[in-house]
Design a binder for this molecule. Structure first.
Ligand code: SDX
Length: 434
């Protein structure tokens, strides 16, 4: 923690016969932070915050979210400006190195990524160990974790050069891994990366080309794909990023830590929501069934939630959802399917939900997952590929946060405590006496 953020202000905490003065830390943006690192040693008590709703796990300079304003900044740059004016590999550079690159820096970075897109040829056989009907996320978790068995020369986290090589390998190879997980899933041959295509076009080519004929990537679709990558790149200390940080705090190698992040992202409350959202929109099927689903979402006794709605941090529109909605309109119009029934249901559902008292009072708005699936479906991806695409894009966020944490000289292993409510000490009872 740089001393520049240590404030003269303190927080006074009184309990029992104790009164503690806890230092306050001042952010460059967002709420002040009470530094409780010495609370247990000085006060003999823990804090309790199971979902980390009020807990800062680290300090970071990468991404800032203002949930009330619906603002998302990457190194200070608003996401809507980056989505409109930048492109994914430039955003990767920004997240990884802290500033927008010069033309020469960008060219060098893009050529390093491009020249690392192939996988070790032996890895093909790792894919073949899965059943064809394995969910591509299962394959990705396994293959990314296995990268530590293939790329030993970039697993020493204390070597800055090896950290940089692992960084480039992960960003460069995730599209190949995701595309090959898809190809294996549908029984088609793997398509090798092509260095003459840009990052998004190369991914689309690896997913949709077949050896039997030439496949030309539609540049408008490639631009939409690139923008989807940008919108998913990083998002502060979300569940999967926190998983990567916690795994990395033990000194585990970067490939194992990113595999842990992929596993966490898979959950329907997190990155799995894009698949769940499109499946929900299809189940709704037509606008006249929307009220039935809205009522289910409000019913405390029904576990159903409106997928793609709500957010731990955003209590306003997710700025990524705004850009995604605009992109959905553009892509579907371009493909001549602007009357796509699923898009119509989504728009009608959004309009009804945003007027409903339940959603208004609980500040539930569409999030990044609400419209993304509609675009991915229109491009030709099955719903099973939605979360792998999220994982592909979020890899740069996970790696950026990992680099930031590993470089922190004050790095400590993450080890939360608990509120223990189980049995107190008692003697063993032999089975004949139970
Ligand atoms: C992502 O953290 C990130 O940054 C994540 C992410 C990223 O980029 O990394 O933004 C990506 O994960 C987006 C979120 C995708 N998930 C979904 O769309 C699934 C549906 N949404 C919910 O499961 C929920 O909104 C969460 C998980 C996203 C947030 O849950 P919280 O913050 O723990 O809030 P909560 O569950 O305590 O909900 C508050 C209230 C509850 O009602 P009460 O108990 O107060 O009466 O709002 C209700 C919830 O029941 N609620 C919903 C709802 N979301 C919350 N009710 C119906 N439908 C919903 N979608």
């Amino acid at each position: 923690m740089p001393d520049t953020h240590r404030d003269a202000k303190t927080a006074t905490l009184s309990f029992g016969d104790k009164t503690l003065e806890l230092p306050m830390l001042t952010p460059t943006a967002g709420p002040d932070v009470i530094d409780i690192r010495k609370l247990y040693s000085q006060g003999g008590v823990f804090t309790y915050d199971p979902g980390f709703t009020s807990t800062a796990s680290c300090d970071s300079t990468i991404t800032y979210i203002d949930g009330d304003k619906g603002e998302l900044l990457h190194r200070g740059y608003p996401i809507d400006q980056l989505a409109e004016k930048s492109h994914f590999l430039e955003v990767c550079y920004l997240l990884l190195y802290g500033d927008l690159p010069t033309a020469d820096q960008l060219e060098d970075f893009e050529s390093r990524v491009t020249s690392h897109t192939m996988l070790h040829e032996q890895m093909q056989y790792f894919f073949r160990g899965f059943r064809r009907d394995a969910h591509p996320m299962a394959t990705m978790v396994g293959v990314v974790g296995a990268m530590s068995a293939f790329y030993h020369d970039s697993t020493d986290i204390h070597d800055p050069w090896q950290r940089e090589v692992a960084t480039i390998r992960l960003i460069a190879k995730m599209p190949t891994i995701a595309a090959w997980a898809y190809k294996y899933h549908i029984g088609q041959p793997f398509i090798y990366p092509r260095n003459d295509l840009d990052y998004a076009a190369n991914f689309l080519h690896m997913c949709f080309a077949v050896p039997a004929e030439t496949y030309n990537v539609n540049p408008i679709i490639a631009r939409a794909m690139d923008r989807i990558f940008t919108l998913h790149a990083d998002h502060e200390q979300n569940a999967s990023t926190s998983t990567v940080r916690l795994a990395s705090s033990s000194g585990a190698n970067p490939f194992a830590c990113i595999a842990a992040g992929i596993a966490c992202l898979w959950g329907p409350a997190h990155g799995g929501a894009n698949q769940a959202c499109l499946e929900m929109l299809r189940e709704i099927g037509s606008p006249n069934r929307i009220p039935e689903f809205i009522e289910r979402a409000k019913d405390k006794d029904d576990p159903f939630r409106l997928m793609g709605f709500g957010h731990r941090v955003y209590k306003n529109f997710d700025p990524r959802a705004r850009v995604m909605k605009q992109s959905a309109d553009e892509v579907l119009e371009l493909l001549g399917i602007e009357n796509n029934p699923t898009l119509q249901v989504a728009k009608e559902l959004e309009a009804i939900a945003l007027k409903d008292d339940y959603f208004v009072e609980k500040k539930l708005y569409p999030n990044v997952d609400f419209y993304s699936g509609i675009i991915l479906d229109a491009i030709g991806f099955p719903t099973s590929m939605f979360t792998p695409i999220f994982a592909l894009a979020r890899t740069v966020g996970w790696v950026s946060q990992w680099k930031e944490m590993i470089a922190d000289p004050q790095l400590k292993i993450g080890r939360p405590r608990q509120l223990y409510v189980g049995a107190t000490s008692r003697d063993y009872v032999d089975v004949e006496n139970r």
